[in-house]
Design a binder for this molecule. Structure first.
Ligand SMILES: N[C@@H](CCC(=O)N[C@@H](CS)C(=O)NCC(=O)O)C(=O)O
Length: 190
């Protein structure tokens, strides 16, 4: 709605924050972006997210909304007059949420083993797990422009995958790489 003040507290490399950025961009909303220094969190972040003390936080007219998937759903519900991020059919919505949840539960942990590995073995284990997860996603993905026909899920998938060894595995996971390319629009990487 016109006149809304939106502030996004974020960290550039966060895939969680990127989801929120994507949702805001999809809806065409103007917002103020504030980069957080995570080792030195701002008083505003601590005040707005006292429970988890994490980014992303969306501050809407002074009120905080925390947790990326909850923020995305809030954005979709509040600005429900344009660019729906979830399907209208309840069953389809449940499917989209299922895959978003799957990625949250599975890919972050396995991808993290690669990003923050203590040794080569852990990195290898992470890589194996990520490739297995890709395989599952490949099967579910189809050739849709957006995963499950929804932009929210695509955002989540695209973002999660954008941090993983995707192009290197183009042969094994051609469909997921293609999907990533389709869903990776100007706002994903910026
Ligand atoms: N479940 C949260 C995860 C958010 C999260 O882990 N944010 C990280 C950056 S990617 C953070 O703020 N870390 C700072 C900390 O843990 O102190 C969400 O989806 O928003």
């Amino acid at each position: 709605m016109g006149g809304d003040e939106l502030i996004l507290l974020n960290y550039w490399a966060s895939m969680f924050g990127a989801r929120v950025k994507i949702a805001l961009e999809e809806k065409g909303l103007n917002y103020e972006y504030r980069e957080e220094d995570l080792p030195n969190k701002s008083p505003l972040l601590l005040q707005m997210n006292p429970v988890h003390k994490k980014i992303p936080v969306l501050i809407h007219n002074g009120k905080p909304i925390c947790e990326s998937n909850i923020i995305v759903q809030y954005i979709d519900e509040f600005w429900n007059d344009k660019a729906p991020l979830l399907p209208s059919d309840p069953y389809e919505r449940a499917q989209a949420r299922f895959w978003a949840d799957y990625i949250d539960k599975k890919l972050y942990n396995s991808g993290g083993k690669i990003t923050w590995c203590k040794n080569k073995e852990e990195a290898e284990e992470g890589k194996k797990e990520v490739l297995e997860i890709f395989k599952v996603l490949e099967g579910a993905l189809g050739d849709k422009p957006y995963f499950g026909g929804t932009k929210q899920t695509s955002s989540i998938v695209g973002l999660q995958l954008s941090r993983d060894p995707r192009e290197k595995h183009e042969k094994e996971h051609a469909r997921i790489v293609q999907f990533l390319r389709r869903s990776r629009m100007k706002w994903v990487i910026s």
